[in-house]
Design a protein around this ligand. Structure first.
Ligand SMILES: Nc1ncnc2c1ncn2[C@@H]1O[C@H](COP(=O)(O)OP(=O)(O)OP(=O)(O)O)[C@@H](O)[C@H]1O
Length: 242
């Protein structure tokens, strides 16, 4: 059977630094794969290479349902159903919230006018982003709602695979709980999710499997309960015992 989503020998260097180093991985349809690793271990770069936003790999392949996508344009990849969110609140600050969603819907879904607006409303309702914020400039939203807007913008593109880059960073307890519940809900709706997160209780609480990166290379991949006990993982996070 054709694997759902495969990464084969993916690499990206910046000068002499190997940010992602010969990484191979298979993702099952419907799973939530958590991605952990120390700062600078290549997690966000991996998302960049998959989505081509803003750059693709130096070498290696990304295969979605049997089709190599690493040479496709970023918008084509999104149109095929692979959509990301960003670590920072990547909203168009001067645009209204709804225009942020509509830009994405137009580019990925090719929808305009009433159809695009209907999609924006539906995505807002799915995520729980208040429709009465739609006409406020995105820059005026508190961080929590900017995060919600970014997730809404992604959901409006009807992803098959949703790549979430630290959706809970800068959030407080109740807000982190909201992120947890939202990830579970989107996954239950059928989205396969790759989740980068530094908040370990959230990451281990929602993920079915965990991938741990160090210097662009996987040091562990497997069931959460096994990976969190793996000595190489403990060392990567806590340092070598003296
Ligand atoms: N555009 C770039 N130009 C140069 N170096 C880069 C670039 N993007 C990332 N890097 C470097 O590649 C390495 C991996 O960065 P990346 O952002 O993928 O790590 P990360 O695991 O997501 O880190 P964090 O948890 O801090 O977000 C780091 O050393 C980083 O400085």
């Amino acid at each position: 059977m054709t694997p759902f989503f495969e990464i084969r020998n993916l690499s990206k260097s910046f000068g002499g630094l190997k940010a992602v180093n010969d990484l191979s991985l298979t993702v099952e349809e419907g799973e939530i794969m958590g991605i952990a690793g120390p700062n600078g271990s290549g997690k966000s770069t991996l998302f960049n290479l998959i989505t081509k936003i803003p750059f693709g790999p130096d070498s290696g392949s990304v295969v979605f349902r049997g089709e190599a996508i690493e040479n496709r344009a970023d918008k084509t990849i999104a149109r095929m159903g692979i959509v990301r969110t960003f670590q920072r609140e990547a909203v168009f600050a001067s645009l209204s919230c709804v225009d942020n969603i509509l830009v994405a819907v137009e580019q990925t879904g090719g929808l305009r006018g009433a159809e695009a607006e209907k999609r924006a409303d539906e995505a807002s309702d799915i995520v729980g982003f208040p429709r009465n914020f739609h006409n406020i400039p995105a820059a005026q939203l508190p961080v929590f709602y900017q995060k919600q807007l970014m997730i809404t913008t992604a959901v409006a593109q009807q992803p098959t695979i949703l790549l979430m880059d630290e959706p809970a960073s800068s959030l407080v307890d109740d807000e982190v709980d909201w992120v947890h519940e939202t990830i579970k809900r989107l996954n239950a709706m059928g989205m396969t999710i790759l989740l980068i997160e530094h908040i370990l209780p959230l990451l281990t609480g929602v993920s079915s499997r965990l991938l741990v990166l160090e210097q662009g290379t996987p040091i562990a991949l497997g069931a959460v309960k096994d990976v969190i006990r793996d000595p190489a993982v403990v060392e990567a996070f806590l340092g070598k015992p003296q």
